[in-house]
Design a protein around this ligand. Structure first.
Ligand SMILES: NC(=O)c1ccc[n+]([C@@H]2O[C@H](COP(=O)([O-])OP(=O)(O)OC[C@H]3O[C@@H](n4cnc5c(N)ncnc54)[C@H](OP(=O)(O)O)[C@@H]3O)[C@@H](O)[C@H]2O)c1
Length: 323
């Protein structure tokens, strides 16, 4: 089969497709034909520097998510031909991921897609959903977002940010969305933003009345400022690291978290069938259409896909549809 095999950290241009054997089935694992997969920042990080870490099992096929069709379920409760999503739990890091034609995946990370999902969403839309929607949905749940809440979404032009805006609007919240680039304001408004702001790292003064919730996708770089944007009893969820910082240096919780404000986070490593079902139902019930930035159809275009993500020009989810 065709697969992108990462042997060491490299530049986007150096990614290439190889011929490798189709993996052999084994107990507790499921062989899946990959119908498509989304591209994620995590895979840029893996290729750039994370591949040097001990826990990365090199050589590895990257790819932390996919939509597929079961070829051999082994001992798992699936039928041949079932359509499934798979994501995270070490996928594309400690075991081979989705940048390939057939993936062998642990059964705990594979979730059935109910047949009626295909009545409401196209295959491309379903491919755009697993990791990005799970992350945005999980963050919005963690924020306990309610109708009439105001929410500030930092890094809103990201695939995760656009998705979070769609979900927040479906709940009935008021959305303040940010970008570093004013030319993206129109796109943000078209996707649900009620108000738009340029993010220069200091939003506290631009939002004098504060907000009920903040979805922090820039991350530790702007977290302290985000905490200052919260009204009393407000919640900030740190989900992203777009600003390039993974940690808050010398984090002092007493000074960083103002009185009666709450800080939480979301990590997409623990999906379940129940949450995936709930998420697809929410998307369908609210007539949400995933915003796709670019569809590739040939694995050989993997370098272009990584370069597009690095350019920050995609304005939506970058996906590969392989059938
Ligand atoms: N916690 C989890 O489990 C989890 C799961 C999935 C994703 N994530 C994280 O969520 C974030 C979003 O991921 P994504 O795949 O949706 O991203 P994406 O679509 O690739 O994001 C692109 C956007 O990022 C913004 N951006 C890029 N570099 C930036 C910088 N230095 N400062 C501020 N903004 C910057 C740009 O916004 P402008 O140019 O418009 O400002 C650009 O439009 C990432 O940090 C990712 O690692 C976390």
């Amino acid at each position: 089969m065709k697969a992108v095999v990462l042997e060491k950290t490299c530049k986007a241009d150096e990614l290439k497709v190889s011929e490798v054997p189709i993996p052999e089935i084994k107990p507790d694992w499921i062989l899946v034909k990959v119908l498509g997969f989304g591209i994620n920042r995590a895979e840029i990080v893996l290729r750039d520097y994370e591949a040097d870490e001990d826990y990365i099992n090199l050589p590895v096929i990257p790819g932390i998510e996919c939509v597929g069709e079961v070829v051999d379920p082994s001992d798992a409760p699936f039928e041949k031909g079932d359509k499934v999503v798979a994501l995270m739990g070490g996928m594309g890091r400690t075991f081979d991921g989705s940048y390939c034609e057939y993936a062998l995946l642990p059964k705990k990370n594979v979730f059935k897609i109910k047949e009626d999902v295909f009545d409401s969403l196209s295959l491309e839309e379903i491919i755009a959903i697993p990791e990005t929607y799970f992350t945005a949905y999980g963050s919005i749940e963690g924020l306990q977002l309610k109708k009439d809440d105001s929410i500030l979404i930092r890094g809103a032009t990201s695939a995760t940010g656009i998705t979070a805006m769609q979900l927040a609007k479906a709940i009935g919240a008021t959305v303040i969305a940010t970008s570093r680039d004013e030319s993206r304001f129109e796109m943000l408004k078209d996707n649900g933003a009620d108000e738009v702001l340029v993010d220069d790292g200091k939003l506290e003064e631009k939002i004098p009345d504060g907000v009920d919730k903040v979805l922090e996708l820039i991350g530790p770089k702007t977290l302290e400022d985000s905490m200052k944007c919260l009204r009393e009893f407000g919640i900030c969820c740190n989900t992203g690291i777009l600003g390039g910082m993974e940690y808050v240096p010398e984090f002092d919780p007493i000074k960083t978290i103002p009185n009666n404000r709450y800080l939480t986070s979301f990590f997409s490593n623990y999906p379940t069938q129940e949450i995936m079902d709930r998420l697809f139902q929410f998307v369908i019930d609210n007539d949400i259409s995933p915003k796709i930035g670019k569809i590739f159809t040939d694995l050989d275009e993997i370098s272009q896909a990584h370069k597009l993500m690095e350019s920050n020009e995609a304005q939506g989810k970058i996906i590969f549809r392989l059938i």
